[in-house]
Design a protein around this ligand. Structure first.
Ligand code: SF4
Length: 643
């Protein structure tokens, strides 16, 4: 199969295109669909020649112009530089997650010898506690530069000992803090017995996962889940969603057969806010399952999910939500399974595996925690998995959405953890095209994805992110656009910034009057880390200015904005004013900010008039806030409130 530059597909009677590199996708009309049969390989002249008898030249030029514009913003067909290419192959090192299966808690009398010649002593040992502590040591010692770690337990409600788990988590979190890491404890309870389970769940395994960042509350939250009780769905939903800060729960269904279309509605109606379909687990436990039938049922679940979102009934359904997030944020993922590299697992006997999904497969055993032994060659085998190094993935259009799949699934279906199973891949691509089209249609209907993404990222109104997808889509109707700063902009920035006394470079609203010129300039040139600096461009990609947006750390929903246009005449240009107004509105919608404050020194009346023309109102002035060329200047403060 040749590698496609842009993949076209039809879904539900509609046509779509997706860039396999950036995951940017869009719906096609007849003319863009036909143009994409030639673009980008063929020259413009050839496209005009081939399609000239079907469409008007003006129509074709418009579509080609839009595609070229998307290309210039790097939403599609990004150029692969040697640097980017080398970076793509760098393995992200450091274990982020370890899963432990604790043995039954028993105290044993153990003989220990003191030194070479010392006599034997008898000591009480607690294998479960010791194994847990060894696993913490393994996680911390192998985490390298990783800062956010997860210490996960896997057990059944019958075997769960809340106090032991809470003790171990407390220990892990303390050790993590001493190592400068942030640790979350995660409990994965398998084989949860349901009382009066709805018909939809028959034949499927139900598990729950509880993530807790506050160790003090852990035992309290675990107690309702311990013991051999059967749970009604409502009671289970309450137990894993206690509405307590620092606790999030999800129900995970591992399908036992392809009849899973009603699973999601049943769980959603029972009150679960985060639902996961563990299809990887299903293929590992039941390799005989027909991939096409299972994925078709998953498509039905996606349709139900889309209908709920359209009706503003928000919940999170994985893995569909995670896929939407990747498209929306323009975050392609070349490797989705961290087995062996970012993830490890330890079984009840202390044997280390690359992932909890491979526990029990002796050919994947990496070592023994009790003996302090890890086979580094075995570990290195897992550096080489993922879409970038797997032959069939290199030409697969879904490579950056699928990320090369799950190694344990490949092992279960094809017998090799490096070789994806062809039928599984076909089914995977099929449900991904359904998800891509659902995302497009939902976005076109104005569905607000931020409530589900907030659950996904754990942030709401925190860090500021501008989605490549939405910005590029919105900009199709605009005269100007924004794109993130890139390393290749360095030369241009030096030209623009050097000796430039525009307020954008010399004024910082967070600065203090006592600072020296040098301090102020350094503050302006090296903004706070939460600030996001973007390049303003024309539709043809030509850079025309800069914009910096940063959230206010004290007031939620407030952002600070600075604007610089390279050509002063552009401040008065009507098309640029109109385009910038739309951009600000789009950014406000996405980032949920309600008020923006912009700053323009009184010595820059053109910038002040520009801000007023796009809807900002003068709210006051920061007296003598800009110290420049030995004088102090007032800086106008302009406010814009969003509906
Ligand atoms: S695992 Fe299959 S579906 Fe996934 S990227 Fe590779 S070839 Fe494509």
């Amino acid at each position: 199969m040749p590698r496609e530059a842009l993949h076209r597909f039809e879904e539900g009677g509609r046509r779509f295109a997706v860039d396999p590199e950036t995951c940017f996708c869009f719906e096609c009309d007849d003319v863009s669909w036909d143009v994409l049969a030639y673009y980008p390989q063929a020259s413009v002249q050839r496209v005009l020649h081939e399609l000239g008898d079907r469409y008007e030249r003006k129509e074709l030029e418009e579509v080609l112009g839009e595609l070229e514009w998307l290309r210039s913003t790097k939403a599609i067909l990004p150029a692969m530089t040697p640097d980017k290419f080398a970076k793509a192959f760098q393995v992200e090192r450091g274990v982020r997650r370890i899963t432990v299966r604790l043995p039954k808690e028993t105290q044993q009398v153990e003989e220990r010898r003191r030194g070479w010649f010392g006599g034997a002593t008898r000591a009480l040992s607690d294998p479960a506690r010791e194994l847990g502590r060894d696993a913490v040591a393994l996680l911390l010692s192998r985490s390298l530069e990783q800062r956010q770690l997860t210490f996960a337990f896997q057990t059944t409600p019958q075997a769960l000992n809340p106090d032991l788990v809470a003790d171990l988590c407390d220990y892990a979190i303390r050790m993590g803090r001493l190592s400068g890491k942030e640790l979350t404890a995660s409990l994965h309870l398998t084989d949860v017995a349901l009382d009066g389970a709805p018909e939809a769940l028959k034949g499927h395994d139900v598990c729950v996962q509880l993530d807790v960042s506050d160790p003090e509350a852990l035992a309290r939250h675990l107690r309702p889940l311990a013991g051999g009780d059967r749970f009604s769905l409502t009671r289970l939903a309450k137990a894993i969603q206690p509405d307590a800060p620092g606790v999030t729960g999800r129900v995970v269904v591992c399908p036992g057969h392809a009849g899973l279309a009603d699973v999601v509605p049943a769980l959603h109606e029972a009150g679960f806010r985060v639902i996961e379909l563990d299809l990887d687990g299903a293929f590992i436990a039941h390799p005989e399952l027909e991939p096409a039938a299972v994925m078709a049922a998953q498509r039905e679940c996606a349709v139900y999910f889309a209908k709920c979102l359209l009706a503003r009934r928000y919940f999170r359904l994985d893995p569909i939500t995670a896929l939407f997030y990747r498209i929306h944020e323009g975050k392609p993922v070349a490797r989705i399974d961290g087995a062996g590299t970012n993830e490890l697992a330890v079984d009840a006997d202390g044997v280390v595996y690359p992932s909890w999904r491979l526990i029990g497969a002796p050919e994947f055993a990496l070592g023994q925690v009790r003996e302090g032994r890890i086979d580094e060659d075995q570990v290195r085998r897992f550096e080489d998995v993922g879409a970038l190094t797997t032959a069939p993935c290199l030409t697969c259009w879904a490579r950056n959405l699928c990320g090369g799949g799950c190694v344990a699934v490949h092992h279960a279906l094809s017998g090799s953890f490096r070789r994806p199973h062809a039928a599984w891949c076909d089914a995977q691509r099929s449900w991904m095209s359904a998800a891509v089209s659902a995302f497009n249609l939902l976005s076109a209907q104005g569905v607000d994805f931020s409530p589900i993404y907030a659950q996904l990222t754990g942030k709401r109104g925190g860090g500021l992110r501008l989605s490549l997808w939405s910005m590029a889509r919105a900009a199709l109707q605009m005269t100007v656009s924004m794109r993130p700063l890139e390393e290749s902009d360095a030369e241009m920035l030096v030209r623009w910034e050097n000796w430039n006394d525009a307020g954008y470079f010399t004024f910082n609203p967070r600065g203090v009057l006592m600072a020296t010129v040098y301090d102020r300039e350094m503050d302006a040139l090296h903004p706070q880390s939460l600030d996001q600096e973007m390049v303003l461009t024309r539709r043809d990609g030509a850079p025309i200015g800069l914009v910096r947006i940063g959230p206010d750390m004290q007031h939620a929903g407030l952002v600070h904005v600075s604007v610089f246009l390279r050509d002063p005449a552009h401040y008065a240009a009507e098309d640029i004013r109109k385009g910038f107004r739309l951009l600000v509105q789009e950014a406000a919608k996405q980032q949920e900010f309600r008020r923006a404050l912009a700053y323009a020194p009184d010595r820059e009346p053109a910038l002040q008039a520009f801000l007023e023309a796009i809807g900002f109102e003068r709210a006051g002035a920061m007296r003598e806030a800009l110290y420049l060329h030995g004088d102090r200047h007032d800086v106008g403060v302009y406010a814009l409130t969003f509906a």
